[in-house]
Design a protein around this ligand. Structure first.
Ligand code: FAD
Length: 432
């Protein structure tokens, strides 16, 4: 059975299920969410995000607008919304029990299409999950209402100037006071997205000895001794990439997330979703770029014919399309698997898979951005006009490759995880 086509009719500008082709994954509520978010982002953000990016700031009331529209709860929740969050609005009126990993995918797909606005929620995507999954009830009851209502903002602070990929060796310390009521935090964190405007820093700190076992997760409010300064990166000003310093910051011991020493595992568990979410961004970036490049190729003439009439240009589109559609299919498969596995099994079975999927997102993103820049010609390097979205995507592709786990590190992780699972399967089969 086919559904009504939706969105752009340009080939590959939309996922296949938008064109009316059948899919086992998307139901009526996904279509409802898609239609709502597209209309809503076009109404509120179209033509504005470039100006905000230039100013380096989104107007203060926009975050509240997003909260009232029901964006914050699904963004903080990811693939499932807990029943206790049902008293907050949820975008498009989707019921909390209906929300699944495909709603998460659709939401991000359409938000990314809506422009740079998505950048202001990165801290929430990566910072809120440890609070929801591992914090005690008293801390959740205190902090979550502030975060979910948009009164306060959160980010995730793991990376340090001296260690990024090598999380096990982080050096920011949190020492208990003699009365055990506080931690005193000292150290530095680097490249922290949304840090400039965050009120809470979900921070990996060293509470014990060397290695992974000495790492804990501590929620650090913007207290005296915590300082932030901007870092200018290619990720754009709305990402508010930040250098954070902690000088004798006195944090209540009750702000520890879960148990001391659990911080490394808590960080790793959350990477599945973070990496998947990078792929969501890559996919829509590719589709936007192909849409604009195709629109241009259909009208631009060179050497007496339209670009699209040149076989070499059609060859480029074919090569982009096969990679984008394969990435889409693999992503949907992983979303489906995560949907049907427990959190623990998802982390155990899919840690290496999501690592490799993220790598693929970066590689396909880079390829498509580069090809589209060539098709657009000079427009592909121009920050305004018909090439603006291609130029912006091309500039953003390193952001698909390094943050959330660097390409080389993740390829290696993917292979090591696959070998580990293979050994486990071998042992299990030997016992039969
Ligand atoms: C725009 C931006 C936003 C970010 N946002 C956040 C954030 O919100 N919170 C946060 O905590 N961090 C954030 N980061 C940090 C990001 O996660 C790290 O930059 C990333 O993990 C890589 O760490 P590194 O920069 O220290 O590189 P390094 O770890 O020094 O690695 C450098 C390079 O060496 C190679 N390499 C290193 N180790 C290996 C290995 N074992 N095998 C193979 N190759 C290897 C890789 O090519 C790697 O890219 C952000 C970074 C950027 C640029």
């Amino acid at each position: 059975m086919t559904n009504a086509p939706y969105g752009s009719t340009i080939p590959w500008a939309e996922p296949s299920w938008y064109t009316g082709r059948p899919s086992p994954y998307y139901k009526e509520s996904h279509r409802k969410l898609r239609d709502f978010v597209r209309k809503w982002t076009e109404e509120h953000f179209a033509d504005k995000t470039a100006e905000w990016e230039e100013q380096g700031k989104v107007p203060d009331d926009i975050y509240q607008l997003c909260a009232q529209a029901g964006l914050l709860v699904p963004i903080a929740a990811g693939k499932s919304i807990p029943p206790e969050w049902s008293n907050y609005p949820i975008i498009a009126g989707i019921k909390e029990e209906e929300w699944d990993g495909f709603h998460d995918f659709v939401l991000w797909d359409e938000l990314v299409r809506g422009g740079g606005i998505a950048s202001i929620f990165i801290g929430l995507v990566v910072g809120a999950p440890p609070l929801r999954q591992f914090a005690g009830k008293a801390l959740q009851d205190k902090i979550l209402p502030e975060i979910l209502s948009g009164r306060k903002k959160i980010c995730l602070a793991i990376t340090e100037p001296s260690c990024g990929s090598d999380v096990r060796n982080l050096t920011t310390t949190a020492e208990k006071t003699p009365d055990c009521k506080h931690y005193i935090v000292n150290g530095e964190k680097k490249w922290i997205t949304n840090g400039m405007f965050s009120d809470y820093f979900m921070t990996a700190v060293r509470t014990g000895g060397p290695g992974a076992e000495g790492i804990s997760m501590l929620l650090i409010p913007r207290l005296p001794g915590l300082k932030t300064r901007p870092i200018s990166t290619g990720a754009g000003k709305l990402s508010a990439t930040t250098y954070v310093t902690f000088e004798d910051v006195k944090v209540p011991a009750s702000y520890l997330i879960g148990a001391e020493g659990a911080g490394f595992r808590q960080t790793m568990v959350n990477f599945n979703h973070e990496r998947l979410w990078v792929v969501f961004q890559a996919l829509r970036g590719c589709r936007i770029s192909m849409q604009d490049a195709m629109a241009w190729a259909l009208k631009r003439e060179a050497f007496g014919q339209r670009l699209i009439d040149q076989p070499v240009v059609r060859y480029k589109f074919g090569n982009m399309a096969r990679q984008v559609e394969a990435l889409q299919a693999w992503t949907e498969q992983v979303v489906y698997e995560l949907e049907h596995l427990s959190q623990a099994d998802g982390a155990r079975l899919l840690g290496g898979v999501t690592a490799l999927l993220k790598v693929e997102g970066g590689i396909v993103g880079k390829y498509v951005a580069y090809e589209c820049v060539k098709i657009m010609g000079g427009l592909g390097l121009t920050k305004t006009g018909q090439g603006a979205r291609v130029e912006a995507f091309f500039r953003s592709t390193p952001g698909l490759i390094v943050p959330g786990g660097s390409e080389d590190v993740l390829i290696d992780l993917g292979v090591r995880e696959a070998l580990k699972l293979s050994r486990q399967a071998e042992k299990a089969m030997a016992k039969l």
